[in-house]
Write a protein that binds this ligand. Structure first.
Ligand code: GLC
Ligand code: CA
Length: 539
Protein backbone atom coordinates (compact mmCIF):
# COMPACT_ATOMS: atom_id res chain seq x y z
CA UNK A 1 0.00 0.00 0.00
CA UNK A 2 1.25 3.47 -0.85
CA UNK A 3 2.08 5.33 2.37
CA UNK A 4 0.16 8.57 2.91
CA UNK A 5 3.23 10.75 2.62
CA UNK A 6 3.87 9.70 -0.97
CA UNK A 7 0.55 11.28 -1.93
CA UNK A 8 0.88 14.24 0.38
CA UNK A 9 1.72 17.89 -0.10
CA UNK A 10 3.50 19.42 2.88
CA UNK A 11 3.35 23.09 3.90
CA UNK A 12 6.15 24.59 5.98
CA UNK A 13 5.14 27.06 8.67
CA UNK A 14 7.81 29.36 10.06
CA UNK A 15 6.06 30.09 13.37
CA UNK A 16 7.74 33.35 14.23
CA UNK A 17 6.44 34.93 11.03
CA UNK A 18 3.16 33.17 10.33
CA UNK A 19 0.45 34.85 12.44
CA UNK A 20 0.57 36.75 15.70
CA UNK A 21 -2.51 36.26 17.89
CA UNK A 22 -1.68 38.26 21.02
CA UNK A 23 -0.23 41.50 19.71
CA UNK A 24 3.44 41.10 20.61
CA UNK A 25 4.73 41.18 17.04
CA UNK A 26 5.71 37.50 17.10
CA UNK A 27 3.81 34.70 15.43
CA UNK A 28 2.47 31.97 17.73
CA UNK A 29 0.61 28.66 17.96
CA UNK A 30 -2.83 30.22 18.37
CA UNK A 31 -2.09 32.28 15.30
CA UNK A 32 -1.40 29.10 13.34
CA UNK A 33 -4.63 27.54 14.62
CA UNK A 34 -6.55 30.59 13.40
CA UNK A 35 -5.20 29.99 9.89
CA UNK A 36 -5.89 26.26 9.62
CA UNK A 37 -9.05 26.84 7.61
CA UNK A 38 -6.99 28.72 5.06
CA UNK A 39 -4.50 25.85 4.82
CA UNK A 40 -7.35 23.38 4.48
CA UNK A 41 -8.67 25.45 1.60
CA UNK A 42 -5.26 25.29 -0.05
CA UNK A 43 -5.53 21.53 0.34
CA UNK A 44 -2.32 20.51 2.07
CA UNK A 45 -1.97 17.26 4.02
CA UNK A 46 0.72 18.10 6.55
CA UNK A 47 2.43 21.04 8.17
CA UNK A 48 6.15 20.98 8.81
CA UNK A 49 6.40 23.23 11.83
CA UNK A 50 9.77 24.90 12.29
CA UNK A 51 10.87 24.70 15.95
CA UNK A 52 8.56 25.98 18.69
CA UNK A 53 10.46 24.41 21.58
CA UNK A 54 11.92 26.40 24.45
CA UNK A 55 14.89 28.30 23.09
CA UNK A 56 16.98 31.42 23.69
CA UNK A 57 16.34 32.19 20.02
CA UNK A 58 19.91 32.71 18.87
CA UNK A 59 19.02 30.84 15.68
CA UNK A 60 15.23 31.37 15.83
CA UNK A 61 14.54 28.14 17.67
CA UNK A 62 17.16 25.91 16.06
CA UNK A 63 18.97 26.27 19.40
CA UNK A 64 16.79 24.29 21.78
CA UNK A 65 17.10 24.51 25.56
CA UNK A 66 14.24 22.10 26.36
CA UNK A 67 12.88 19.64 23.79
CA UNK A 68 9.79 18.88 25.84
CA UNK A 69 8.66 22.44 26.50
CA UNK A 70 7.07 25.03 24.23
CA UNK A 71 8.73 28.42 24.12
CA UNK A 72 6.48 30.91 25.94
CA UNK A 73 6.64 33.30 22.98
CA UNK A 74 4.75 30.67 20.96
CA UNK A 75 2.30 29.58 23.67
CA UNK A 76 1.92 26.58 25.94
CA UNK A 77 1.97 22.80 25.65
CA UNK A 78 -1.84 22.94 25.80
CA UNK A 79 -1.80 25.22 22.73
CA UNK A 80 0.49 22.75 20.97
CA UNK A 81 -1.84 19.85 21.74
CA UNK A 82 -4.72 21.96 20.56
CA UNK A 83 -2.93 22.67 17.29
CA UNK A 84 -2.39 18.94 16.73
CA UNK A 85 -6.07 18.22 17.39
CA UNK A 86 -7.43 21.14 15.36
CA UNK A 87 -5.20 20.20 12.45
CA UNK A 88 -6.30 16.57 12.68
CA UNK A 89 -9.95 17.67 12.37
CA UNK A 90 -8.98 19.13 9.01
CA UNK A 91 -6.97 16.07 7.95
CA UNK A 92 -3.70 17.90 8.43
CA UNK A 93 -0.81 16.26 10.28
CA UNK A 94 1.80 18.17 12.22
CA UNK A 95 5.39 17.26 11.41
CA UNK A 96 7.78 18.48 14.08
CA UNK A 97 11.26 19.82 13.47
CA UNK A 98 13.79 17.54 15.14
CA UNK A 99 16.99 19.42 15.91
CA UNK A 100 19.33 16.88 17.44
CA UNK A 101 22.72 17.56 15.93
CA UNK A 102 23.10 20.20 18.62
CA UNK A 103 21.28 21.84 21.52
CA UNK A 104 21.38 25.37 22.84
CA UNK A 105 24.22 26.18 25.21
CA UNK A 106 21.39 26.94 27.66
CA UNK A 107 20.15 23.33 27.61
CA UNK A 108 20.52 21.78 31.07
CA UNK A 109 22.76 19.06 29.59
CA UNK A 110 25.27 21.63 28.39
CA UNK A 111 25.06 23.74 31.54
CA UNK A 112 26.00 20.59 33.46
CA UNK A 113 28.55 19.40 30.91
CA UNK A 114 30.65 22.53 31.10
CA UNK A 115 30.84 22.46 34.91
CA UNK A 116 33.70 19.95 35.01
CA UNK A 117 35.43 17.24 33.04
CA UNK A 118 33.92 14.55 35.23
CA UNK A 119 30.37 15.85 35.14
CA UNK A 120 27.93 13.03 34.18
CA UNK A 121 26.77 15.09 31.16
CA UNK A 122 30.27 15.98 29.96
CA UNK A 123 30.24 13.27 27.33
CA UNK A 124 26.89 14.40 25.87
CA UNK A 125 28.95 16.93 23.93
CA UNK A 126 32.19 16.82 21.96
CA UNK A 127 35.22 18.08 23.92
CA UNK A 128 38.83 18.02 22.80
CA UNK A 129 42.15 19.36 24.03
CA UNK A 130 43.84 21.97 21.87
CA UNK A 131 46.71 21.15 19.55
CA UNK A 132 49.82 23.19 20.46
CA UNK A 133 47.67 25.83 22.07
CA UNK A 134 45.44 26.07 19.02
CA UNK A 135 42.07 24.64 17.99
CA UNK A 136 42.06 20.81 17.63
CA UNK A 137 41.68 20.98 13.84
CA UNK A 138 40.42 23.27 11.10
CA UNK A 139 36.73 22.27 11.08
CA UNK A 140 34.63 25.31 10.26
CA UNK A 141 31.29 26.49 11.60
CA UNK A 142 28.53 27.02 9.01
CA UNK A 143 28.01 30.38 10.69
CA UNK A 144 31.61 31.60 10.13
CA UNK A 145 34.87 30.92 11.96
CA UNK A 146 36.21 27.83 13.67
CA UNK A 147 33.85 25.06 14.79
CA UNK A 148 35.79 24.82 18.06
CA UNK A 149 35.10 27.07 21.03
CA UNK A 150 37.46 27.35 23.99
CA UNK A 151 35.99 26.79 27.42
CA UNK A 152 38.16 28.62 29.93
CA UNK A 153 36.70 26.85 32.95
CA UNK A 154 37.59 23.29 31.95
CA UNK A 155 40.39 24.20 29.51
CA UNK A 156 39.06 22.26 26.56
CA UNK A 157 37.37 23.09 23.28
CA UNK A 158 33.83 22.00 22.37
CA UNK A 159 32.55 21.46 18.84
CA UNK A 160 29.81 23.62 17.30
CA UNK A 161 29.13 23.20 13.59
CA UNK A 162 26.75 26.18 13.82
CA UNK A 163 26.84 29.12 16.29
CA UNK A 164 28.93 28.79 19.41
CA UNK A 165 25.63 28.86 21.33
CA UNK A 166 24.73 25.59 19.51
CA UNK A 167 27.13 22.93 20.88
CA UNK A 168 27.11 19.65 18.94
CA UNK A 169 25.77 16.58 20.70
CA UNK A 170 27.97 13.53 20.98
CA UNK A 171 26.00 10.83 19.18
CA UNK A 172 28.58 8.19 20.01
CA UNK A 173 27.27 8.24 23.59
CA UNK A 174 24.51 5.57 23.85
CA UNK A 175 22.94 7.21 26.88
CA UNK A 176 22.52 10.47 24.94
CA UNK A 177 20.99 8.60 22.01
CA UNK A 178 18.47 6.95 24.32
CA UNK A 179 17.51 10.36 25.76
CA UNK A 180 16.84 11.60 22.22
CA UNK A 181 14.71 8.55 21.41
CA UNK A 182 12.71 9.02 24.62
CA UNK A 183 12.08 12.63 23.64
CA UNK A 184 10.98 11.60 20.14
CA UNK A 185 8.55 9.10 21.67
CA UNK A 186 7.20 11.84 23.92
CA UNK A 187 6.20 13.71 20.76
CA UNK A 188 4.99 10.63 18.91
CA UNK A 189 2.65 9.94 21.84
CA UNK A 190 1.16 13.39 21.37
CA UNK A 191 -0.10 12.34 17.96
CA UNK A 192 2.24 14.16 15.61
CA UNK A 193 2.61 13.22 11.94
CA UNK A 194 6.38 12.79 11.84
CA UNK A 195 9.69 14.58 11.94
CA UNK A 196 11.70 16.86 9.70
CA UNK A 197 15.26 16.15 10.77
CA UNK A 198 17.51 19.16 10.93
CA UNK A 199 21.02 18.67 9.43
CA UNK A 200 20.64 14.97 10.19
CA UNK A 201 23.53 14.08 7.90
CA UNK A 202 25.91 15.44 10.56
CA UNK A 203 25.10 13.09 13.45
CA UNK A 204 27.47 10.31 12.34
CA UNK A 205 30.46 12.67 12.34
CA UNK A 206 34.05 11.80 13.14
CA UNK A 207 35.50 15.06 14.49
CA UNK A 208 39.00 13.64 14.87
CA UNK A 209 39.13 13.04 11.14
CA UNK A 210 37.32 16.34 10.51
CA UNK A 211 34.42 14.44 8.95
CA UNK A 212 31.05 16.10 9.53
CA UNK A 213 28.48 15.13 6.85
CA UNK A 214 27.93 11.48 5.89
CA UNK A 215 30.11 10.18 8.69
CA UNK A 216 30.67 6.48 9.27
CA UNK A 217 27.99 6.12 11.95
CA UNK A 218 25.20 8.06 10.22
CA UNK A 219 23.19 5.15 8.85
CA UNK A 220 23.66 2.85 11.86
CA UNK A 221 22.31 5.62 14.11
CA UNK A 222 19.33 6.27 11.84
CA UNK A 223 18.49 2.58 11.79
CA UNK A 224 18.70 2.47 15.56
CA UNK A 225 16.53 5.59 15.82
CA UNK A 226 13.95 4.14 13.45
CA UNK A 227 13.74 0.94 15.50
CA UNK A 228 13.43 2.77 18.81
CA UNK A 229 11.00 5.48 17.78
CA UNK A 230 8.94 5.96 14.61
CA UNK A 231 9.58 2.58 12.98
CA UNK A 232 6.32 1.05 14.10
CA UNK A 233 4.17 4.10 13.52
CA UNK A 234 2.57 5.51 10.40
CA UNK A 235 4.77 8.62 10.39
CA UNK A 236 6.71 10.50 7.77
CA UNK A 237 10.34 11.45 8.25
CA UNK A 238 12.39 13.72 6.07
CA UNK A 239 16.07 14.36 6.53
CA UNK A 240 17.79 17.63 5.72
CA UNK A 241 20.82 16.39 3.76
CA UNK A 242 22.87 19.04 1.97
CA UNK A 243 25.45 16.52 0.81
CA UNK A 244 23.21 13.84 -0.68
CA UNK A 245 23.78 12.28 -4.04
CA UNK A 246 21.06 10.13 -5.59
CA UNK A 247 22.89 7.08 -4.22
CA UNK A 248 23.06 8.50 -0.70
CA UNK A 249 19.40 9.50 -0.93
CA UNK A 250 18.58 5.86 -1.62
CA UNK A 251 20.52 4.78 1.42
CA UNK A 252 18.37 7.02 3.58
CA UNK A 253 15.05 6.20 2.00
CA UNK A 254 15.08 2.61 0.75
CA UNK A 255 12.23 1.10 2.80
CA UNK A 256 14.22 -2.12 3.17
CA UNK A 257 16.87 -0.26 5.16
CA UNK A 258 14.42 1.15 7.75
CA UNK A 259 15.78 4.65 7.97
CA UNK A 260 13.77 7.67 6.69
CA UNK A 261 10.82 8.25 4.37
CA UNK A 262 12.68 10.74 2.19
CA UNK A 263 15.31 13.44 2.11
CA UNK A 264 15.67 17.05 1.18
CA UNK A 265 18.58 17.41 -1.20
CA UNK A 266 20.05 20.76 -2.18
CA UNK A 267 22.03 20.21 -5.34
CA UNK A 268 20.43 23.18 -7.10
CA UNK A 269 21.50 25.52 -4.29
CA UNK A 270 25.08 25.66 -5.52
CA UNK A 271 24.15 26.70 -9.04
CA UNK A 272 24.33 30.43 -8.41
CA UNK A 273 27.49 30.43 -6.34
CA UNK A 274 31.10 30.39 -7.48
CA UNK A 275 32.66 26.94 -7.57
CA UNK A 276 34.46 25.96 -4.39
CA UNK A 277 33.37 29.15 -2.62
CA UNK A 278 30.63 30.12 -0.21
CA UNK A 279 26.98 30.75 -0.93
CA UNK A 280 27.68 34.47 -0.63
CA UNK A 281 30.02 34.42 -3.64
CA UNK A 282 27.47 35.02 -6.33
CA UNK A 283 27.35 34.05 -9.96
CA UNK A 284 24.39 34.09 -12.33
CA UNK A 285 22.26 30.98 -12.70
CA UNK A 286 22.63 28.99 -15.90
CA UNK A 287 19.20 27.60 -16.78
CA UNK A 288 20.68 24.60 -18.53
CA UNK A 289 22.39 23.60 -15.30
CA UNK A 290 19.21 24.05 -13.31
CA UNK A 291 17.34 21.89 -15.76
CA UNK A 292 20.04 19.23 -15.57
CA UNK A 293 19.87 19.02 -11.78
CA UNK A 294 16.07 18.87 -11.78
CA UNK A 295 16.12 16.04 -14.31
CA UNK A 296 18.92 14.19 -12.53
CA UNK A 297 16.88 13.92 -9.34
CA UNK A 298 13.94 12.55 -11.31
CA UNK A 299 15.86 9.95 -13.25
CA UNK A 300 18.87 8.92 -11.15
CA UNK A 301 16.95 7.59 -8.21
CA UNK A 302 14.86 4.49 -8.31
CA UNK A 303 11.49 5.51 -6.90
CA UNK A 304 10.62 1.90 -6.14
CA UNK A 305 13.46 1.83 -3.62
CA UNK A 306 13.77 5.43 -2.59
CA UNK A 307 11.80 8.65 -2.30
CA UNK A 308 12.61 12.30 -2.76
CA UNK A 309 11.09 15.59 -1.78
CA UNK A 310 10.43 18.53 -4.09
CA UNK A 311 10.84 22.13 -3.03
CA UNK A 312 11.96 25.57 -4.17
CA UNK A 313 11.94 27.43 -0.88
CA UNK A 314 12.37 27.09 2.85
CA UNK A 315 13.36 29.32 5.76
CA UNK A 316 17.06 29.11 4.83
CA UNK A 317 16.88 30.06 1.17
CA UNK A 318 15.55 33.09 -0.67
CA UNK A 319 12.20 33.42 -2.42
CA UNK A 320 12.48 31.56 -5.71
CA UNK A 321 10.79 34.12 -7.94
CA UNK A 322 13.21 36.81 -6.77
CA UNK A 323 16.15 34.50 -7.13
CA UNK A 324 15.52 32.65 -10.38
CA UNK A 325 12.28 34.01 -11.76
CA UNK A 326 10.91 37.52 -11.96
CA UNK A 327 9.45 39.30 -8.96
CA UNK A 328 8.46 42.31 -11.07
CA UNK A 329 6.69 42.25 -14.39
CA UNK A 330 6.26 38.47 -14.57
CA UNK A 331 5.85 37.78 -10.88
CA UNK A 332 2.61 35.88 -11.25
CA UNK A 333 3.62 33.98 -14.37
CA UNK A 334 6.98 32.93 -12.95
CA UNK A 335 5.45 31.90 -9.61
CA UNK A 336 2.95 29.70 -11.44
CA UNK A 337 5.67 28.28 -13.66
CA UNK A 338 7.81 27.21 -10.70
CA UNK A 339 4.76 25.69 -9.04
CA UNK A 340 3.68 23.74 -12.12
CA UNK A 341 7.12 22.39 -12.96
CA UNK A 342 7.73 21.13 -9.43
CA UNK A 343 4.32 19.87 -8.37
CA UNK A 344 3.88 17.57 -11.32
CA UNK A 345 7.21 15.84 -10.70
CA UNK A 346 7.81 12.54 -8.93
CA UNK A 347 8.22 12.97 -5.16
CA UNK A 348 6.57 14.77 -2.27
CA UNK A 349 6.20 18.54 -2.80
CA UNK A 350 6.70 21.12 -0.08
CA UNK A 351 5.34 24.66 -0.08
CA UNK A 352 7.04 27.25 2.11
CA UNK A 353 4.62 29.69 3.73
CA UNK A 354 3.98 32.67 1.47
CA UNK A 355 5.22 30.87 -1.65
CA UNK A 356 1.60 30.09 -2.50
CA UNK A 357 0.85 33.79 -2.99
CA UNK A 358 4.14 34.60 -4.68
CA UNK A 359 5.89 36.48 -1.87
CA UNK A 360 9.22 38.08 -2.79
CA UNK A 361 12.60 38.94 -1.27
CA UNK A 362 13.02 42.29 0.42
CA UNK A 363 16.45 43.93 0.31
CA UNK A 364 17.98 45.82 3.24
CA UNK A 365 20.36 48.75 3.01
CA UNK A 366 22.12 48.42 6.33
CA UNK A 367 23.24 45.55 8.56
CA UNK A 368 21.19 47.01 11.43
CA UNK A 369 18.10 45.77 9.55
CA UNK A 370 19.34 42.17 9.55
CA UNK A 371 18.20 39.66 12.19
CA UNK A 372 19.73 36.40 11.00
CA UNK A 373 22.83 35.19 12.85
CA UNK A 374 24.29 33.57 9.74
CA UNK A 375 24.24 36.85 7.80
CA UNK A 376 25.46 38.92 10.74
CA UNK A 377 28.42 36.63 11.46
CA UNK A 378 29.36 36.55 7.79
CA UNK A 379 29.11 40.36 7.62
CA UNK A 380 31.54 40.77 10.51
CA UNK A 381 33.92 38.15 9.17
CA UNK A 382 34.04 39.64 5.69
CA UNK A 383 34.28 43.19 6.96
CA UNK A 384 37.36 42.17 8.94
CA UNK A 385 38.78 40.58 5.79
CA UNK A 386 38.41 43.87 3.92
CA UNK A 387 35.29 43.32 1.82
CA UNK A 388 33.23 46.47 1.23
CA UNK A 389 29.94 46.89 3.09
CA UNK A 390 28.23 47.27 -0.24
CA UNK A 391 29.47 43.91 -1.53
CA UNK A 392 28.50 42.11 1.64
CA UNK A 393 25.01 43.59 1.63
CA UNK A 394 24.64 42.56 -1.98
CA UNK A 395 25.28 38.96 -0.96
CA UNK A 396 22.89 39.23 1.97
CA UNK A 397 20.17 40.64 -0.23
CA UNK A 398 20.63 37.81 -2.71
CA UNK A 399 21.03 34.88 -0.33
CA UNK A 400 20.33 36.00 3.25
CA UNK A 401 17.84 33.99 5.25
CA UNK A 402 15.77 36.98 6.38
CA UNK A 403 14.42 37.21 2.84
CA UNK A 404 12.07 34.29 3.33
CA UNK A 405 11.47 34.96 7.02
CA UNK A 406 9.46 38.14 6.74
CA UNK A 407 5.91 38.10 8.12
CA UNK A 408 3.24 36.46 6.01
CA UNK A 409 1.21 39.02 4.12
CA UNK A 410 -2.41 38.30 5.01
CA UNK A 411 -4.10 41.52 3.91
CA UNK A 412 -3.49 45.17 3.05
CA UNK A 413 -4.06 46.43 6.59
CA UNK A 414 -1.39 47.61 8.99
CA UNK A 415 1.51 45.13 9.35
CA UNK A 416 -0.09 43.10 6.57
CA UNK A 417 -2.56 41.58 9.03
CA UNK A 418 0.27 39.65 10.65
CA UNK A 419 0.16 41.52 13.95
CA UNK A 420 -1.33 44.50 15.71
CA UNK A 421 2.11 45.39 17.00
CA UNK A 422 5.39 46.14 15.27
CA UNK A 423 6.51 42.79 13.80
CA UNK A 424 9.83 41.28 14.97
CA UNK A 425 11.07 41.59 11.37
CA UNK A 426 9.85 44.29 9.05
CA UNK A 427 7.03 43.40 6.67
CA UNK A 428 7.81 43.60 2.97
CA UNK A 429 6.23 46.89 1.85
CA UNK A 430 4.69 45.18 -1.18
CA UNK A 431 1.98 43.66 1.07
CA UNK A 432 -0.64 46.03 -0.31
CA UNK A 433 -0.18 44.37 -3.68
CA UNK A 434 0.70 40.83 -2.57
CA UNK A 435 -1.45 39.36 0.17
CA UNK A 436 -3.64 36.36 0.94
CA UNK A 437 -6.92 38.23 1.02
CA UNK A 438 -6.33 39.60 -2.46
CA UNK A 439 -5.16 36.25 -3.77
CA UNK A 440 -8.29 34.51 -2.51
CA UNK A 441 -10.51 37.03 -4.32
CA UNK A 442 -8.73 36.63 -7.65
CA UNK A 443 -9.49 33.36 -9.46
CA UNK A 444 -6.28 33.84 -11.49
CA UNK A 445 -4.00 34.22 -8.50
CA UNK A 446 -0.96 32.09 -7.74
CA UNK A 447 -2.90 30.61 -4.82
CA UNK A 448 -5.39 28.86 -7.09
CA UNK A 449 -2.61 27.38 -9.20
CA UNK A 450 -1.19 25.76 -6.07
CA UNK A 451 -4.65 24.64 -5.01
CA UNK A 452 -5.25 23.08 -8.40
CA UNK A 453 -1.86 21.34 -8.47
CA UNK A 454 -2.52 19.82 -5.04
CA UNK A 455 -5.91 18.62 -6.22
CA UNK A 456 -4.41 17.08 -9.36
CA UNK A 457 -1.97 15.13 -7.19
CA UNK A 458 -4.69 13.93 -4.84
CA UNK A 459 -6.98 12.80 -7.63
CA UNK A 460 -4.53 11.29 -10.13
CA UNK A 461 -2.23 8.38 -9.28
CA UNK A 462 -0.09 9.29 -12.31
CA UNK A 463 1.19 12.35 -10.42
CA UNK A 464 2.22 10.20 -7.47
CA UNK A 465 3.46 7.09 -9.24
CA UNK A 466 3.95 7.85 -12.92
CA UNK A 467 7.39 7.46 -14.47
CA UNK A 468 9.24 10.62 -15.42
CA UNK A 469 10.55 11.00 -18.93
CA UNK A 470 12.32 14.02 -20.34
CA UNK A 471 11.33 15.48 -23.70
CA UNK A 472 14.74 15.77 -25.37
CA UNK A 473 16.15 18.63 -27.45
CA UNK A 474 14.08 21.48 -26.12
CA UNK A 475 17.09 23.70 -25.32
CA UNK A 476 18.41 24.99 -22.01
CA UNK A 477 15.48 27.28 -21.25
CA UNK A 478 12.61 24.89 -21.81
CA UNK A 479 11.93 21.96 -19.53
CA UNK A 480 9.35 19.54 -20.88
CA UNK A 481 8.60 16.12 -19.47
CA UNK A 482 6.08 13.31 -19.51
CA UNK A 483 4.62 11.45 -16.59
CA UNK A 484 3.56 7.99 -17.68
CA UNK A 485 1.41 5.43 -15.89
CA UNK A 486 0.04 2.46 -17.81
CA UNK A 487 -1.72 3.90 -20.88
CA UNK A 488 -1.90 7.36 -19.41
CA UNK A 489 0.51 10.06 -20.50
CA UNK A 490 0.73 13.63 -19.19
CA UNK A 491 2.92 16.29 -20.74
CA UNK A 492 4.31 19.22 -18.75
CA UNK A 493 6.00 22.11 -20.57
CA UNK A 494 7.73 25.05 -18.92
CA UNK A 495 9.66 28.02 -20.21
CA UNK A 496 12.15 28.63 -17.39
CA UNK A 497 13.17 31.97 -18.86
CA UNK A 498 11.78 35.47 -19.18
CA UNK A 499 12.21 35.44 -22.96
CA UNK A 500 10.01 33.84 -25.57
CA UNK A 501 11.20 30.38 -26.58
CA UNK A 502 10.54 28.29 -29.64
CA UNK A 503 8.91 24.94 -29.02
CA UNK A 504 7.78 22.32 -31.49
CA UNK A 505 6.06 19.15 -30.53
CA UNK A 506 3.42 17.05 -32.22
CA UNK A 507 0.81 15.95 -29.78
CA UNK A 508 -2.87 15.03 -29.69
CA UNK A 509 -4.32 16.88 -26.76
CA UNK A 510 -6.96 14.91 -24.90
CA UNK A 511 -7.35 17.33 -22.03
CA UNK A 512 -5.83 20.63 -21.02
CA UNK A 513 -5.07 20.48 -17.29
CA UNK A 514 -3.76 23.93 -16.43
CA UNK A 515 -1.59 26.73 -17.74
CA UNK A 516 -0.53 30.28 -16.87
CA UNK A 517 -1.47 31.72 -20.30
CA UNK A 518 -4.30 30.89 -22.69
CA UNK A 519 -5.12 27.30 -23.48
CA UNK A 520 -3.26 25.97 -26.52
CA UNK A 521 -4.80 23.76 -29.19
CA UNK A 522 -1.53 22.70 -30.80
CA UNK A 523 2.14 22.67 -29.79
CA UNK A 524 3.50 22.59 -33.31
CA UNK A 525 5.96 25.39 -34.06
CA UNK A 526 4.86 27.60 -31.24
CA UNK A 527 6.53 30.34 -29.29
CA UNK A 528 6.29 29.93 -25.54
CA UNK A 529 5.58 33.14 -23.64
CA UNK A 530 7.93 34.30 -20.84
CA UNK A 531 7.66 31.78 -17.97
CA UNK A 532 4.82 29.99 -19.70
CA UNK A 533 3.98 26.62 -18.18
CA UNK A 534 1.18 24.16 -18.76
CA UNK A 535 0.19 20.56 -18.39
CA UNK A 536 -2.05 18.40 -20.55
CA UNK A 537 -3.18 14.82 -21.03
CA UNK A 538 -2.15 13.19 -24.31
CA UNK A 539 -4.44 11.05 -26.40
C1 GLC B 1 19.30 23.77 9.46
C2 GLC B 1 18.15 24.71 9.63
C3 GLC B 1 18.70 26.10 9.83
C4 GLC B 1 19.54 26.10 11.08
C5 GLC B 1 20.62 25.03 11.04
C6 GLC B 1 21.15 24.77 12.41
O1 GLC B 1 20.02 24.02 8.31
O2 GLC B 1 17.27 24.61 8.57
O3 GLC B 1 17.70 27.07 9.89
O4 GLC B 1 20.15 27.35 11.26
O5 GLC B 1 20.11 23.80 10.58
O6 GLC B 1 20.19 24.15 13.20
CA1 CA C 1 2.45 36.48 19.56
Amino acid sequence: MTPWWKKAVVYQVYPKSFQDSNGDGIGDLNGIISRLDYLQKLGIDAIWLSPVYQSPGIDNGYDISDYEAIDPQYGTMADMENLIQEAKKRNIRIVMDLVVNHTSDQHKWFIEAKKSKDNPYRDYYIWRDGTDGEVPNDMKSSFSGSAWQWDENTKQYYLHLFAKQQPDLNWSNPELRQKIYDMMNFWIDKGIGGFRMDVIELIGKDPDKAISANGPMLHPYLQEMNKNTFGNHDLMTVGETWNSTPKIAEEYSDPARHELSMVFQFENQGLDQQAGKEKWDLRPLNLGELKKVLVKWQTDIDFDHAWNSLFWENHDIPRVISRWGDDGKYRIQSAKMFATVLHLMHGTPYIYNGEEIGMTNYPVDDISQVEDIESINMYNERLAKGYSKQDILKSINAKGRDNARRPIQWNDQENAGFSEAKPWLKVNPNYKEINVEKALKDPNSVFYTYQKLIKLRHENPIVVDGDFKLVENTGDSVLAYWRILGDEKWLVVANLSGEKQKFDHKVDIKKWLLGNYDERKSLENIELEPYEAFALVEK
